[in-house]
Design a protein around this ligand. Structure first.
Ligand code: PLP
Ligand code: DHA
Ligand code: MG
Ligand code: MG
Length: 314
């Protein structure tokens, strides 16, 4: 599996910083190519690790989760590759494009109300009815270690990186990246990128204890989850800071990805580019020595209609 990296030379407003991005939109996992397409987000890393780490007995009744969409599609694809069933609880306001992804991989979609309470209750019901194994989207050691392979590949390709900017929601991606990156280079700076409308991780870091939000308001439909009991301690101790950005900054970054990088990047992934372009990052004296910045563009599952509507609001 692997994304490809590229260098955004003199693209940003920084003269002295080289921005390198790891494009994890279409991991070219051989088996994925057999399915005729890429999955479209980094989520496949953790999902494959979790599904293929189950023993035969555990795998008998399949796997289940609740998800905003990318993890659901990844789990459905991993289950398909293992030949076991998958049951995916999705909010009824998830982008149709993401629901179609799940169905395309043979996943059984169960819709719920668009809130965490309904997602969790519906998932519990599915688990009781099917006997499937729950594979959470972020707060799970198998998921965290799978996502950490982003850092292993990125640093293998670009060892001179001194900073990584990573989108954050449930914290599985950034936890895996922080552990992997700092095991290779203990001085590397790992910063989270979070929508201002879902800034629970930033608030948690500021307060020193985990904060959850009763509701979120962001275009980044993949970044509405909260930190968990596994991911919070890692974010607290190994993530050096969180940069929050507005939806307008996210849309501007998404537009730049299309127009300059020629990359289909969804809002939840464009948040990392928005962060590095933001005053919150540029103006922070603690981060002035960042020179080789790695940006994780973590997914490309955007509903184009949604994109055009957003761009027209600008
Ligand atoms: C495209 C995309 N990027 C980043 C994230 C953040 O990952 P995590 O929940 O592990 O923080 C998600 C979903 O959570 C996502 O869908
Ligand atoms: C939390 C997510 N982004 C997901 O389930 O895809
Ligand atoms: Mg998540
Ligand atoms: Mg958040």
């Amino acid at each position: 599996m692997g994304g490809q990296s590229g260098v955004i030379a003199d693209f940003s407003r920084f003269e002295e910083i080289t921005l390198t991005y790891n494009v994890d939109l279409m991991p070219n996992h051989p088996q994925t190519e057999d399915c005729g397409d890429g999955h479209g987000a980094f989520k496949l890393r953790g999902a494959l690790n979790a599904v293929f780490s189950l023993d035969e007995k555990q795998a008998t009744n399949g796997v289940a989760t609740h998800s905003s969409g990318n993890h659901a599609a990844a789990l459905a694809l991993a289950a398909k590759l293992r030949g076991i069933p998958s049951y995916l609880v999705l909010p009824n306001n998830a982008p149709q494009f993401k629901m179609d992804n799940v169905k395309r991989y043979g996943g059984n979609v169960i819709l719920c109300d668009p809130n965490m309470k309904s997602r969790e209750e519906t998932a519990r019901k599915v688990l009781n009815e099917t006997g499937a194994v729950l594979v959470p989207s972020s707060n799970d050691a198998r998921i965290i270690s799978g996502q950490g392979t982003v850092a292993l590949e990125f640093l293998d390709e670009v060892p001179e990186l001194d900073t990584l900017i990573v989108p954050i929601s449930g914290g599985g991606l950034i936890s895996g990246v922080a552990i992997a990156a700092k095991s290779i280079n203990p001085t590397i700076r790992v910063l989270g990128a979070e929508p201002k409308g879902a800034d629970d991780a930033a608030q948690s870091k500021a307060s020193g204890s985990v904060i959850t939000l009763s509701q979120t308001n962001t275009i980044a439909d993949g970044l509405r989850a909260s930190l968990g009991d596994l991911t919070w301690p890692i974010v607290r101790d190994f993530v050096d800071g969180i940069i929050t950005v507005s939806d307008i900054e996210i849309i501007q970054a998404m537009r730049s990805c299309y127009e300059i990088l020629k990359l289909a990047v969804e809002p939840s992934a464009a948040v990392a580019l928005a962060a590095v372009m933001s005053e919150n990052f540029k103006g922070n004296p603690d981060w002035k020595d960042s020179r080789n910045v790695g940006i994780v563009l973590s997914g490309g599952n955007v509903d184009l209609r949604y994109l055009w509507e957003s761009l027209n609001k600008m």
